[in-house]
Design a protein around this ligand. Structure first.
Ligand SMILES: [Cu+2]
Length: 442
C-alpha cells in the first residue's frame, strides 16, 4: 500500500533581489529563486530529495532542513559542513522518512540571512494523510524596516541590547512574504492549513477571530486525535497543521495573532496578518478521522533523567546579557549513543520564554512542570515559558555525527544559547565529528 518512491530534484538559487511585500513597498530581499518565501518543496514519504543550492550571494551560506531526520552531513550547520561560498554549488541529497510540515532556512549569519527572506516550506505527504478539499501553506514572518523600507540594525547601545534581549520583532506582518494578503476558500469546504513560524522572535498566537478549528498535526506530523480549539501558540521554528472550515458563503475574517506576553520589553498585542474571504459554496470530500494515527510513548514520566539542559541568562560586560546553556555559551555537550533512550530535563530559569529546538530528531514531551502533557505529539521545537521545566524523551537512531540544540529566537541562539553534541555509534571511529575538547567561544 506504499507509493513507489522516486527521486525529486530541485534547484535553489540564493541571491539578492527586490521583493514587494505590498504594492509599492519594495525590500532588498535575500532569498531562494527570487521569491519570499522560497519555493514549496514537495515529496512523498520515502522519496529521495536532491536539492542543488547555488550561492549567488556575496557571502557564504548553508541550508538547514528543519525537522527532517536526515544524515548529519546533510543537516546544514557549521558543525557538519563547510559553508557554500559565493559562486559555489552544493548538492543536498537525502531520503525523507516522515510525513509532515517542515521548512528549510539559512543556518549561516541567520540573524541577517533568515531575516531577509532565506526560508521556504518543505512538505512531505503520505497516504495516511486525512482527505481535505485543499491545502495552503502559511509562513509567518515579520521584518524590521525603516521608513525607506531598508533593513536596519540598531546602532545605539540601548536599542542593540534590547534587540539582543528580546529577539528582533519587525514592524511588518507577513504571510508568505506579503502584507495584508487576501486568501480565498470556498464555503462548505475544509482545507488543511500548514502554519510555519519562520520569524526571528515573534510568538504567533493563531486565531481566526474566535472561530473553532482543529489542530491535526505539529512538527513531527499528525497528532493521534484532532484537537478542537479557537487559538494555538506557534513559536519561532514550530509548525501547526489545522483543518479549517467549513465556513459560510460571504464571510470574511482575519488570520490574526492574539497578544502573547513572553515577558520582554515588547508589549503583546492582537494583530491581523491576512484576511480570509469565503466564496461560492462547493461540495466537500474532506474527511478528518477521529484517530489520525497512533503515537507509541517512548518513556514513562518517571523514567531516569539522562541529561539536564538549563536555559538561563546572565550578565555580560560587553553585551548587557549572555544567553546560556548550563551556565555557558556556545556549549559542546556530552555525546549520546545510538539506540540509547534519552530523557532530558530541559529547564528555563530565566524570566522570558525560549523555544527549544533539537536538530535531526523528534522528541516527545513526557512531562511539563511535573504533570503529564494533555496529548501526545512528535516535536522538534517546544516552548519553555519563564521558570518552567519539562522532560523530553527521544532515541538517537543510527545517524551518528554532530548535531545541535538551541533556542530558536535567532538573537538568543547567536548570543550563545546553543550546544553541539555527537551521536556516537559504540565502537565506530568519530571521523569528521567535532571534538568535545574543542571549546569555541564566538
Ligand atoms: Cu531564547
Amino acid at each position: 500500500m506504499k507509493k513507489p518512491t522516486k527521486v525529486v530534484e530541485y534547484n535553489l538559487e540564493a541571491s539578492e533581489f527586490n521583493w514587494d511585500i505590498a504594492p509599492g513597498r519594495t525590500i532588498e530581499a535575500w532569498g531562494f529563486n527570487k521569491q519570499v518565501p522560497g519555493p514549496v518543496l514537495k515529496a512523498n514519504v520515502g522519496d529521495t530529495l536532491v536539492i542543488r543550492v547555488t550561492n549567488n550571494l556575496k557571502e557564504p551560506t548553508m541550508i538547514h532542513w528543519h525537522g527532517l531526520r536526515i544524515p548529519a552531513s546533510m543537516d546544514g550547520t557549521g558543525a557538519t559542513q563547510k559553508p557554500i561560498e559565493p559562486g559555489e554549488v552544493f548538492e543536498y541529497r537525502f531520503v525523507v522518512p516522515d510525513a509532515g510540515t517542515f521548512w528549510y532556512h539559512s543556518h549561516f549569519n541567520e540573524t541577517v540571512q533568515l531575516e531577509r527572506g532565506m526560508y521556504g516550506a518543505l512538505i512531505v505527504e503520505d497516504i495516511i494523510d486525512p482527505v481535505s478539499d485543499g491545502e495552503k501553506v502559511f509562513m509567518i514572518d515579520d521584518m524590521k524596516l525603516n521608513p525607506a523600507n531598508k533593513f536596519t540594525k540598531p546602532g545605539w547601545f540601548v536599542p542593540r541590547i534590547i534587540e539582543r534581549h528580546d529577539g528582533r520583532e519587525g514592524n511588518t506582518l507577513l504571510i508568505n512574504g506579503k502584507e495584508n494578503s487576501m486568501i480565498d476558500i470556498h464555503a462548505g469546504q475544509t482545507e488543511r492549513w500548514r502554519f510555519i513560524n519562520s520569524s526571528s522572535a515573534r510568538y504567533f498566537m493563531l486565531s481566526l477571530e474566535g472561530k473553532e478549528f482543529k489542530i491535526i498535526g505539529t512538527d513531527g506530523g499528525l497528532l493521534e486525535h484532532p484537537r478542537t480549539v479557537t487559538e494555538v501558540l506557534i513559536t519561532p521554528g514550530e509548525r501547526i497543521d489545522i483543518a479549517a472550515g467549513p465556513f459560510n458563503e460571504g464571510e470574511s475574517f482575519p488570520i490574526e495573532s492574539l497578544g502573547y506576553n513572553r515577558s520582554t520589553y515588547l508589549t503583546a498585542k492582537r494583530q491581523t496578518f491576512a484576511t480570509i474571504n469565503v466564496g461560492e459554496r462547493k461540495p466537500s470530500i474532506a474527511f478528518i478521522p477521529e484517530t489520525l494515527r497512533r503515537i507509541e510513548p517512548l518513556a514513562k514520566q518517571d523514567g531516569v533523567i539522562t541529561r539536564k539542559v538549563k536555559l538561563s541568562v546572565g550578565p555580560s560586560f560587553k553585551d548587557g546579557m549572555d544567553f546560556l546553556v548550563n551556565d555557558d555559551i556556545h556549549v559542546n555537550d556530552k555525546p549520546v549513543k545510538v539506540g540509547e533512550l534519552q530523557i532530558w530535563e530541559v529547564s528555563n530559569t530565566s524570566l522570558m520564554d525560549h523555544p527549544f529546538h533539537l536538530h535531526g530528531f523528534f522528541f516527545q514531551v513526557i512531562e511539563e512542570n511535573g504533570k503529564a502533557p494533555e496529548y501526545m505529539a512528535w516535536k522538534d521545537t517546544v516552548n519553555l515559558p519563564p521558570r518552567s521545566k519539562i522532560k523530553i524523551a527521544w532515541t538517537p537512531d543510527n545517524r551518528p555525527g554532530t548535531w545541535m540544540y538551541h533556542c530558536h529566537i535567532l538573537e538568543h541562539h547567536a548570543a550563545g544559547m546553543m550546544a553541539t553534541f555527537n551521536v556516537i555509534d559504540g565502537d565506530k571511529p568519530t571521523d569528521g565529528m567535532i571534538s568535545n575538547q574543542a571549546h569555541h567561544h564566538h
